[in-house]
Every structure is written in structure tokens, then in C-alpha cells.
Design a protein around this ligand. Structure first.
Ligand code: AMP
Length: 412
């Protein structure tokens, strides 16, 4: 069965078509600038690149373009749409309503809309993507896979903030965490590498990309994570500040004469590596290059980034009372030995020791020294494959459910 995996942003639509018999990638594409001048689609399939600039007024038109690209006789990967068995949608915020992936029906759509206040930037785009997909591919079962779901196992001591409890009761203000699909995938892959059942392992999954989060995974369950109500909390990221004293926001608003919303915008878009490096770059590669060339602004950003990450590893070892393995993934985690070395330096007291030679590895690899009590791995993430696997697992019964007229009607 072929599964289409969709990640809809406000002006973009990323997709992958995966053949689940062999778990191989058939096509990968991206529609950009949806609703903006210069919209375009680019797809790679069978080693050929399909590129078109065409007006895409909305997500439905983008889906039309995606279908055209996938079924293009010369550049496509499919004869016709009937060869897509199901669609898996990445959805950012499932709040407390979703503890796992679900087949999308009317009740799910309502819950997604109810969650918009918790993810005003992401969930509306995800909803548009689902609605557009359904209008272009009616009757094809769809599954929602949530970034937050894996973290729903966190105990309340980890997810509650030290706020008046009524705010949790009234507004569900709490830590939710993100990147759950990646943490879940990487943790299960590490269990296979260690040759042990995940139920017996304490793992720290370090997803470090443009957005970064760590998760403490005890017995296969997320017990803590660095991102919070939104992806702003926790680590230093490309442009996000991560943790800070909340009073900074009021001070910034007052002293700079900006609104609270704009102050939060500074924390989201102008901080992190970009802000700390004095505007040099949000991209770790530039920061590392600057650091290696002796640039102090780059060194400053790298130091704060690595120190914050190191502290969370220590915190999660304490939270789980131990750690069998630390897993590095995503753009920085998978590719940058320098970042991994800066983070894990001087942690031998906790039984963590990198092997400098092994740390040069690319791709899945053990990179800790032979005597290191805690094993360290690079584990490339594959969120799309995880979404496709969930979609396949759930759609055996989905087609029957989705073809029920009552459910079709209730979707709207
Ligand atoms: P992601 O969000 O997972 O795509 O990761 C983006 C981040 O990964 C950016 O900060 C990039 O600088 C970093 N990155 C990507 N490729 C490399 C690489 N080969 N070496 C170091 N950092 C990389």
C-alpha cells in the first residue's frame, strides 16, 4: 500500500509518498508560497525533478498541483490516485484530547478546531491541509499524527507549571511538548540498536534542528520534555530563546515600547543562535564556522546553546534516576560532531564519554567510548516514516468507517 504523508504549513505543503511494502520513498515534494505571488511546486521522484511556478491561491489548489505532479506521466510516481491507500497528516497540537494517532472523522476535526487557541500558528494550517486533501481525494482515509501525543504520558509533576492551578483547570495551560513523533521513532530505533526491550531502557532523545527539544523516555514513555505549552520553551534554538525569566517579556515591551505580542515575536524570531550571535546567523553551520574561525559572537552563541543542552541532559538523568543511552537526531544532532562534543564535554562524572573518532560518524552510529557507562548514538530521525507506519496501522478499518455516509456528512 502507498501512503501519502502531508505536512501543511500556513503557506507551504510538504509531502512524501511511501511504498509501505518496502518502506521506500517513491516521491518527495514541496509546494511553497501558497497564497503569495511566485507560488511553486518542486518534486523529486525516480531521480527526476519536477518544477513548476504556478498560481496556488490556497491549499486546495496546492493539493491539485501535488496530485498533478504525483501522476505526471513523465515525472510522476503513480499512474493514478487510486494507488494512494491512505493519507497521514502531521498535526502539531493534539492537546490533551489525543494520546496517539487517530483516523480523522468529524469528531476529530471538531477537536482540532477546539485546539486552535493552543496552537494558533500551526493548527489552522494543519486543518486547511486536511480539508484540502479531502476535497481533492474524497473517500481516501486520513490519519492525524500529533507532535504532542507521545508526551501525553508525562506525569503531572513534569507537565504542570508553578501557576495557580485554576489556569490549568480553566485553560489547560501546561507543558505539552513537541517533536513527539521524532522522539518516539528515535527511541524505538535505539532500543533495536541496543538489542533490549524499550520497556527496560532509560533514554534521552536530543532532537536538535532549527527547532530543538529533548525528551526523557523511561520504559518507552515520555516522562519529560523541554518544549512547553508552545515550542518556545527549553533549549536555545535557531531563532527561539528557550527558557528565560518571564519578567523579561514585560521589561522588553516597556523598554522597547512594543506590544507583548511583539515581545513574544522577538523571543520566537530574533533570539536563540541568531540573537546571541548578534544577528550573524540562525543556522548552526554558520555559527560553527564562526566559532572555528575565532569569531567571539559565534563562540558566545555556541557556548550558551551547548551549556543549556548539557544542563537538560543532567536534569533528565536525575529525573529518571539513570540513563542507558543518549540519542542525537535532526539537522544538528545527526550531522555535527562539534555540537555533540561541546554538549557532552566534561560529563564523565555522569558516566558519559564520547569517542572523538566515532563522533566523526555520519548516519546511524554508536559514538561513545567503549568504557562509557551511558551509550551515545546518532540516530537519524524519520518522522514521515513514523507517520506512514501509524497511518498504515490505523487504516485497515478506516476505509470502512470513512465510507459511511453519516461520517462523511459529519466531517463538514
Ligand atoms: P532541521 O531543522 O532538522 O532541518 O535542522 C536544521 C539545522 O541543522 C540548521 O541549524 C543547520 O545548520 C543544521 N545542519 C544541517 N546540516 C548540517 C551539517 N551537515 N552540519 C552541521 N549542521 C547542520
Amino acid at each position: 500500500m502507498n501512503i501519502l504523508v502531508v505536512n501543511a504549513g500556513s503557506s507551504s505543503l510538504k509531502y512524501q509518498l511511501i511504498d509501505m511494502t518496502s518502506e521506500s520513498l517513491l516521491a518527495k515534494g514541496l509546494c511553497e508560497r501558497i497564497g503569495i505571488e511566485g507560488s511553486n511546486i518542486e518534486q523529486k521522484a525516480n531521480g527526476r525533478v519536477y518544477q513548476k511556478t504556478l498560481p496556488l491561491k490556497n491549499h486546495t489548489e496546492a493539493f491539485g498541483a501535488l496530485v498533478g505532479a504525483l501522476t505526471d506521466p513523465e515525472y510522476g510516481a503513480l499512474k493514478d490516485l487510486s494507488l494512494i491507500g491512505a493519507v497521514g497528516h502531521r498535526v502539531v497540537h493534539g492537546a490533551e484530547a489525543f494520546t496517539g494517532s487517530v483516523v480523522i472523522d468529524g469528531a476529530v476535526m471538531k477537536a482540532l478546531r477546539d485546539n486552535i487557541p493552543l496552537a494558533p500558528l500551526h493548527n489552522p494550517a494543519n486543518i486547511m491541509g486536511i480539508e484540502a486533501c479531502r476535497s481533492v481525494m474524497p473517500g481516501v482515509p486520513m490519519v492525524a499524527v500529533f507532535d504532542t501525543a507521545f508526551h501525553q504520558t508525562m506525569p503531572r509533576r513534569a507537565y504542570l507549571y508553578g501557576l495557580p492551578y485554576e489556569y490549568y483547570e480553566k485553560y489547560r495551560i501546561r507543558r505539552y511538548g513537541f517533536h513527539g513523533t521524532s522522539h518516539r521513532y528515535v527511541a524505538s530505533r535505539a532500543a533495536a540498536l541496543l538489542g533490549k526491550p524499550i520497556e527496560r531502557l532509560k533514554l534521552i532523545s536530543c532532537h536538535m534542528g532549527n527547532g530543538s527539544s529533548f525528551a526523557a523516555v523511561d520504559g518507552g514513555r515520555s516522562v519529560d520534555t523541554t518544549m512547553g505549552l508552545t515550542p518556545l520553551e527549553g533549549l536555545i534554538m535557531g531563532t527561539r530563546s528557550g527558557d528565560l525569566d518571564p519578567a523579561v517579556i514585560e521589561m522588553l515591551a516597556q523598554t522597547e515600547g512594543i506590544s507583548l505580542k511583539d515581545a513574544i515575536g522577538v523571543l520566537n524570531k530574533k533570539s536563540g543562535l541568531l540573537g546571541l550571535s548578534g544577528g550573524l546567523s540562525s543556522d548552526w553551520r554558520d555559527i560553527r564556522a564562526g566559532l572555528q574561525a575565532g569569531d567571539d559572537a559565534a563562540a558566545r552563541a555556541a557556548e550558551v546553546f551547548a551549556y543549556r543542552a548539557k544542563k537538560y541532559i543532567g536534569a533528565y538523568i536525575a529525573a529518571m534516576n539513570g540513563c542507558d543511552a543518549i540519542l542525537f537526531t535532526a539537522g544538528i544532532g545527526e550531522n555535527d560532531g562539534c555540537a555533540r562534543e561541546m554538549i557532552l564535554k566534561d560529563m564523565d562524572y555522569l558516566g558519559i564519554e564520547l569517542d572523538p573518532e566515532l563522533n566523526k560518524a555520519r548516519g546511524e552510529a554508536l559514538i561513545s567510548a567503549s568504557g562509557s557507562r551511558v551509550k551515545v548514538f546518532v540516530v537519524p530521525t524519520n518522522e514521515e516514516l513514523a507517520i506512514a507506519r501509524d497511518t498504515l496501522a490505523l487504516t485497515g478499518t478506516a476505509r470502512a468507517r470513512f465510507n459511511t455516509p453519516a461520517i462523511e456528512r459529519s466531517f463538514a
